[in-house]
Design a binder for this molecule. Structure first.
Ligand code: CP3
Length: 359
């Protein structure tokens, strides 16, 4: 029987047209009905439903079971965000490359045998994504099915400097002294390590796009530790190789770092459809320097989510004002949501961004 609203084809069309694509439109600097918003670490410990699942499974178990990773990826939808980021971790590729690690309670990641010399770098395997990371690709396919077009899915990988810093430091670090010692004292070994990581990351991002990711983000979380000159010499060629190649796949690529005030131009030159700005760089200033031919993402200070709501929302207004209603702004934090963040404040930010930026 013909429905009142026409054929199944038309219904399918209705589903497509109702897809919330403001995030993808903003990445392409197209006009949007209001500014899209999502958060780095939007699925995590600040959410009670995540903590409940984490009481039963370890972080790696959740990452490695596509059903669980999908469930967690979709948890933040209730907050009204305009994109989901796949639940995984930047360190996952290190294990199949030959560097095993664990997430130790209260300590963060611990690499079992940190890299100290060239022979360890030579032994690292440049893996194909299907070899050892198939569970991530399966999770992407499952997330896409479950999302059913509600919002786009963002895939991601760590950038080679940030991954190298974990491999060399063995975990988190204050000064990155071991990383820089290797970089300065054995540049050949350094570039070999960066090339191997870059090959893995490049193939991994392509595979994520093929599996269904609608956009990808490259996390260079700790690259702000470098001077612009060192960035250009030791990092930029590798990141450029990744980004220029992945951008050919035709989906938006977000290039993110923190503490990058002095690196914005060389990071932009390395590539990215969207450039991430942290809270230390005013959007007005950052966007002018990056150039209006790129979209920008950011940049609320994550700790503002602990402030009383009137203060928090005043700062949200300031971020929106700095972006000036220009097409191509994606609202986000300058870095990830912190574990103790009140959920209601995250939700208030989403609603406020949508309301105040409605065109
Ligand atoms: O953003 C998301 O919601 C997607 C999931 C995601 C995780 N890690 C899950 C995770 C993403 C995008 C990451 C990226 C990641 N992982 C980065 C780059 C982004 C950033 O924050 O700078 C880095 C540096 C890592 C490495 C890592 N993973 C660290 C340092 C830690 C420990 C941090 C801590 O707060 O304890 C992790 C663990 C991790 N990865 C958690 C989550 C949600 C903590 C949650 C838990 O233990 O259950």
């Amino acid at each position: 029987m013909l429905s009142l609203f026409g054929s199944p084809e038309r219904d399918a069309h209705r589903i497509t047209t109702s897809m919330n694509d403001r995030f993808l439109r903003a990445c392409r600097r197209e006009p949007v009905d209001c500014t899209p918003v999502w958060f780095m670490r939007q699925a995590g410990r600040y959410m009670p439903e995540y903590r409940e699942l984490r009481a039963k499974y370890t972080l790696l178990e959740i990452c490695k079971k596509p059903e669980l990773a999908t469930q967690v990826t979709l948890q933040p939808l209730r907050l009204g965000v305009d994109a989901c980021i796949l639940f995984a971790d930047i360190l996952l590729p290190l294990e199949p490359m030959g560097a095993s690690f664990e997430f130790a309670k209260g300590e963060g990641p611990v690499i079992h045998q940190p890299i100290e010399n060239r022979s360890q770098i030579e032994k690292l395997r440049v893996i194909e994504p299907h070899e050892g990371l198939g569970y991530v690709l399966d999770a992407i396919a499952m997330c896409k099915r479950e999302l059913n077009g509600r919002v786009p899915l963002i895939g991601f990988a760590g950038a080679p400097f940030t991954l190298a810093s974990y491999l060399i430091e063995g975990g988190k670090s204050a000064h990155f002294a071991k990383t820089k010692r290797l970089m300065y004292s054995d540049p050949e070994a350094w570039h070999l390590l960066m090339s191997k990581l870059s090959d893995v990351v490049r193939l991994y991002l392509h595979a994520q796009i093929k599996a269904g990711a609608d956009a990808v983000q490259l996390f260079d979380s700790w690259v702000g530790q470098l001077s612009a000159a060192d960035y250009c010499e030791y990092v930029q060629p590798h990141v450029r190789g990744i980004l220029q190649d992945v951008m050919k796949a035709g989906v938006p690529v977000i290039h993110f770092g923190t503490g990058t005030y002095s690196l914005l131009e060389p990071m932009r030159d390395a590539g990215g459809t969207v450039i991430g700005l942290d809270w230390r760089t005013p959007i007005e200033d950052g966007w002018r320097r990056v150039g209006y031919d790129r979209a920008v993402q950011g940049n609320l200070d994550p700790t503002l989510l602990f402030a009383p709501q009137p203060v928090l929302l005043k700062h949200v207004d300031r971020v929106l004002a700095e972006a000036g209603g220009r097409a191509g702004h994606i609202f986000n934090l300058g870095h990830g949501i912190l574990p103790e963040t009140p959920v209601e404040n995250v939700q208030a930010v989403v609603e406020h961004v949508h309301k105040m930026s409605a065109r």
